[in-house]
Design a protein around this ligand. Structure first.
Ligand SMILES: [Zn+2]
Ligand SMILES: [Zn+2]
Length: 576
């Protein structure tokens, strides 16, 4: 008995020692697959001992020039090629740039997903749309919980503040060390829903020793602190009290706390609330079902019913704070909305600031609203918006509490990552310990070293309708060409045996010139085509590719000389 116990302890010790030696040999790879040097599609893989953990799985909005593209998702080839290694996905919060691609990943790599209740609620809706909800494995966690993922990784969720409730940062614990990932965060001492960010926990982790910190870089260019969400509520209250007009509030659907404040102000000022915009309706539905939105009974009315109420009894919450062409606000402004039109005397509050690149479209909507006689209040005029991301002083606090050995700025364009790297240096982290990575970089850690050891495939996959990735550079180039210069189709009827024209060539154009007003040019184009065609048909080289090439060249140069335009020319040959 006694000897057995000693033997047990001996074996346990030996196993423990062996594990410790094994752990020393393990390496932890951090591989960002999106979200760096760009805004959107945040996703990072952590790999250790043949197992992969994925943090977030977001999408990005298409950039200018991505004609017809609905959204952009990260190239997840690396995960798909290593699908047996992937053990789980953990989600920081329910924003599109963190959950928007999850259905695309789960379709190929169906692993358990861990997220807070609100994030899971929003993910569920996406999976339902993609028809894969029944096979997905969603696990609801809360701040303070730890999830064990695979043999080597456990993830502790830490409460943070952000512009959506139930956001978390993470401590990713591995045998090599702990990596702290802030997720999107700010420090809000008076949040609308839930509690203040768990700074104490970040501090404790820092005391225990943190190998690396990945931190949100969005607002690194702004000095000081981000204001509390609550300040927006005070502005709403003043604005609501001061008018008897209809009030429209446009904001991000995902900003549940903002929506709550609109509802609060509406209730206090005895106004009913109607909602317009599909994503707004969806998110309000999920958030109120899960208890993140508290709406007193009798507050909400269907959008169809707004006509039954007087102006001073109404608030309409809508999407379109970014001036998106198809959004409810834009359609209401341009009289293209079936149920509501914004007009004289209405008060429109745009409770968001334009995402870089959207300034022009937002400005167009504001101009149109003024033209219609509405009053517009936006973030440049009054405090109707605060950011959900930490400013410099908050970033310093987190860095100071976590005291990481290595630092990796994330969630930002190149300029943000660079500034955040500089901030880390100011905070005393040696330059050699700061890594400004690219999407696809592999940063490899041991307990006391870190270096970039290579890279994996990463980039953009464009989604258009049901197609994922089938719109590439060549298709985009064509779309751009068509959009800018239009197309000319040349239809030629040729007898394949006699090599003679069977009919006059036809020229059809779209997006080039209006044909009826340019009959002379049309005739000239036909003449040029006929000459090029006849010349080729009597030459030795008269295969169809040569014919097409010669016709295209002749017509192209003629058009360019006469108009300085370069439309796409598409020759078609019919053998008749
Ligand atoms: Zn976010
Ligand atoms: Zn984000």
């Amino acid at each position: 008995m006694y000897i057995g116990d000693v033997q047990d302890i001996f074996f346990v010790n030996r196993r423990y020692e062996k594990e410790k030696i094994m752990a020393k040999k393990l390496k932890l790879k951090m591989i960002p697959l999106g979200g760096l040097n760009e805004i959107g599609k945040n996703i990072t893989a952590f790999e250790i001992g043949g197992e992969i953990l994925v943090v977030d799985c977001g999408m990005a909005f298409p950039e200018d020039g991505m004609f017809g593209v609905d959204c952009v998702i990260p190239d997840m080839t690396y995960l798909i090629n290593n699908k047996d290694k992937v053990k789980g996905v953990v989600i920081t919060h329910g924003h599109e740039d963190h959950i928007g691609s999850i259905a695309y990943l789960l379709r190929s790599v169906n692993v358990p997903v861990y997220g807070t209740r609100l994030a899971c609620g929003l993910i569920e809706q996406k999976l339902k749309e993609h028809g894969i909800l029944s096979v997905a494995k969603l696990n609801r966690v809360k701040a303070g919980d730890t999830a064990k993922i695979g043999k080597n990784i456990s993830v502790e969720f830490i409460r943070v503040n952000h512009s959506i409730s139930d956001a978390v940062g993470m401590a990713i614990k591995t045998p090599v060390g702990t990596v702290v990932h802030t997720g999107d965060f700010k420090i809000d001492c008076t949040p609308i829903e839930g509690n203040m960010i768990d700074l104490a926990r970040f501090g404790e982790l820092g005391k225990q020793g943190v190998l690396a910190l990945m931190s949100d870089s969005t607002n690194v260019e702004r000095a000081g602190y981000t204001m509390s969400e609550r300040t927006v509520g005070e502005t709403f209250e003043t604005l609501f009290k001061g008018t008897r007009s209809r009030i429209f509030v446009a904001t991000f659907a995902s900003n549940v706390d903002r929506v709550q404040q609109v509802i609060n102000a509406a209730v206090r000022n005895r106004r009913k609330v109607a909602v317009s915009g599909r994503s707004m309706v969806n998110i309000i539905d999920v958030a109120s079902t899960l208890g993140y939105l508290k709406i007193p009974e009798g507050t909400m009315i269907p959008i169809e019913d707004v006509k039954k109420y007087q102006d001073h009894q109404l608030v309409i919450i809508t999407t379109g704070s970014q001036g998106e062409p198809m959004s409810a606000l834009t359609r209401m402004a341009f009289s293209d909305h079936k149920k509501v039109e914004i007009g004289k005397g209405d008060l429109v509050i745009i409770s968001a600031s334009p995402i870089p690149g959207n300034e022009k479209t937002v400005s167009n909507v504001i101009n149109e609203l003024y033209r219609k006689g509405a009053e517009v209040v936006h973030s440049a005029l009054t405090e109707v918006h605060v950011s959900g991301h930490a400013c410099r002083e908050e970033l310093k606090i987190i860095m100071g509490l976590v005291k990481p050995k290595y630092f990796v700025p994330v969630h930002g364009e190149s300029r943000h990552l660079r500034r955040h790297a500089m901030l880390a240096e100011e905070m005393g982290i040696p330059r050699k310990n700061i890594f400004k990575l690219e999407n696809g970089s592999v940063l490899e850690f041991t307990a006391d070293s870190a270096k970039v050891t290579g890279n994996v495939q990463a980039g953009d996959l464009l989604v258009d309708g049901y197609g994922v990735g089938d719109v590439g550079n060549i298709v985009l180039r064509d779309r751009k060409h068509l959009a800018e210069d239009g197309i000319i189709m040349v239809v030629m009827a040729i007898n394949g045996k006699t090599h003679k024209m069977s009919a006059e060539p036809e020229v059809i154009t779209r997006g080039f010139i209006y044909m009826r007003d340019n009959e002379g040019l049309m005739e000239e184009m036909k003449r040029i085509v006929t000459i090029a065609l006849q010349d080729t048909l009597i030459s030795k080289n008269r295969d169809w590719n040569t014919i097409k090439y010669n016709v295209k060249n002749a017509l192209g140069s003629y058009i360019y000389e006469g108009t300085h335009r370069k439309p796409m020319i598409l020759p078609v040959i019919m053998d008749v």
